[in-house]
Write a protein that binds this ligand. Structure first.
Ligand code: FAD
Ligand code: GLY
Length: 343
């Protein structure tokens, strides 16, 4: 019998499945679509605990996960033989208002306008200075998904794509089985990694927050840093693609890009990095971030003794994947409960 069923094949489900498998568990992923086609596919892939201005325990959690990235990626590349576009490119967080500049000029990571231009040429005139966040970086989340899938297969993790979980069937304080489009599935333990769609299976306080995105192509590849402003971010990939994001919309699972959403992103991005005005638009898309109260993921124990939570990673699930996988594996295999929800 399979030890663990992971419900949801996004970055969180895949990363956790791999970590568990490497500790000897037998794992099956149940995914209703293709793995990695939810928020994981839509993301920008920034590894940005500082630019995202996380605070307190969550900042600590993010920095620890960012620090785990080099080794985590090396393990994935070893298992999959695939590149993940991991790039410690650093981030410029531009300051656009004089009042902000005065306050932030005391920040240890503050650099003035000239230094900002030295870090990255071609910045817009509206930039008065910036914070230089040298340790924040990025991974190509779509390549990462492919590497996670290949790695999972190399470990003989069973992947049931196109299989929807209709109900997590419970009896008192235990899950008895999953009622799915492939019939009844039964295991010792179940991990709930269903992102923004979690409420359709469990009454947990997770809601979707939509983000619209687009990409352009930079033939010159002159942009070499992520630019993370208060009204948009600009993420250059190593192949010349530049990802621009993202709106933050609390309107349920409303599908689609809007003219206003894309126009706003482009206008903000062009003000910050004017060369974008002449670049070709490659793609527009949208996704749903899994928002949890106080933006703190729900990890570990649930009301059911054999159901483990792995959801609510909101804006930082790509960043949080390595530490989430490790913490959940420590919890399941060793019984160590160091979840941030316990603090
Ligand atoms: P998902 O990737 O959404 O995966 C959940 C999976 O569960 C889906 O594949 C879904 O099909 C499956 N599922 C749901 N219900 C069922 C069911 N009943 N049966 C079977 N399967 C089911 N994070 C960062 O760290 N850096 C960024 O730069 C960043 N940028 C972002 C930009 C945007 C526009 C968005 C939307 C998100 C961004 N994020 C970023 C956040 C990040 O993408 C998410 O936190 C992360 O992908 C969540 O991963 P997940 O595996 O929990 O969810
Ligand atoms: N972390 C970037 C976003 O969620 O848009």
């Amino acid at each position: 019998m399979t030890d663990v069923f992971v419900i949801g094949g996004g970055v969180i489900g895949l990363a956790t499945a791999i970590a568990l498998s490497q500790r000897g568990a037998s794992v099956t992923i149940v995914e209703r679509d293709l793995c990695g086609r939810g928020a994981t596919w839509a993301a920008a892939g920034m590894l940005a605990p500082e630019a995202e201005r996380l605070e307190g325990d969550l900042l600590d959690f993010g920095i620890r996960s960012r620090d785990m990235y080099p080794q985590w990626i090396a393990n994935l590349m070893r298992l999959s033989g695939q590149d993940c576009g991991y790039w410690c490119c650093g981030m410029i967080a531009p300051i656009l208002m004089e009042g902000d500049r005065q306050v932030l000029s005391q920040h240890p990571k503050y650099i003035n306008r000239e230094e900002s231009h030295k870090r990255q040429s071609g910045l817009g005139d509206s930039i008065l200075g910036s914070l230089w966040l040298s340790e924040d970086g990025q991974v190509n989340n779509r390549k990462l998904t492919q590497a996670l899938l290949t790695a999972a297969r190399s470990l003989s993790i069973k992947i049931l794509e196109g299989t929807t979980v209709y109900e997590i069937v419970r009896d008192r304080d235990r899950v008895t089985h999953l009622d799915t489009s492939a019939g009844k599935l039964q295991s010792d333990r179940y991990i709930l990694a269903t992102g923004a769609w979690t409420r359709s299976l469990m009454p947990l306080p997770i809601k979707p927050i939509k983000g619209q995105m687009l990409s352009v192509f930079d033939g010159d590849r002159k942009l070499q840093r992520v630019i993370y402003a208060s009204n948009c971010y600009i993420v250059p990939r190593q192949d010349g693609t530049i990802v621009i994001g993202a709106t933050v919309e609390d309107n349920g699972f409303l599908q689609g890009n809007t003219a206003a959403g894309i126009a706003q992103l482009l206008s903000n991005a062009i003000a910050i990095y004017p060369a974008i005005a002449d670049m070709q638009i490659m793609e527009t898309w949208w996704g749903f971030r899994p928002h949890a109260p106080n933006e703190v993921p729900l990890l570990g124990k649930s009301d059911y003794e054999n159901l483990i939570l792995a959801t609510g990673h909101y804006r930082n699930g790509i960043l949080f994947a390595p530490i989430t996988a490790k913490w959940l594996t420590d919890f399941i295999v060793d019984g160590i409960d160091n979840s941030i929800n316990q603090k």
